[in-house]
Design a protein around this ligand. Sequence first.
Ligand code: SAH
Length: 187
Amino acid sequence: MLDDMDFIKSCEVPGPTKEAIRAIILYKSNVTSNDYVVDIGCGTGGLTCEFAQRAKQVTSIDTNPEAITITKKNLDKFNLSDNVELINDSGSNALTNINNIDIAMIGGSGRELEEILDIVDSKLNHKGRIIISAILVDTKIEAINKLKELNYNPKIIEVNIAKGRVLDRGVMMMSENPIAIISASKR
Ligand code: SAH
């Protein structure tokens, strides 16, 4: 696992997704060294870097050019650039040229989540996995409903993490934002 503190950050780009959340996402994705991963809405590259360490190939997409720049910097910092392609475009546009997907990570989708899920579903390999991280209540509902419509059996967990700050006179627990992780596999 990479340390949250080691990522290069930008005030214009959200992320990285916190370590405990990354750990759950990696576990749920069941990533192996044979997998082709797309990271839609790669942000700071928190998940891109974790998948790059474990998967065969990662394609990371973000509409924000600054996100692509920061993700590249983090990949270079951790020496993980070799198996990662970066695309500065919307998920719906970029996915039209990608055909081999074992894991689709959707960490940002703006208003095109349903469109992205339609395209991902049409390209996802047998037994492929879809993971969506959601902060907005609306995204959680939209994701669950769309996955049901596409005949998946979606699961959702909401994670509330508190991280300890070890001080001289004791340990102070600091809450992180709750985040939902929605996951589904192609049958
Ligand atoms: N998981 C990331 C953080 C994701 S933040 C990390 O660990 O660093 C969400 C990102 O999704 C933002 O950078 C935003 O620009 C991007 N985004 C939002 N809508 C998008 C879309 N339709 N296509 C591609 N990227 C999108």
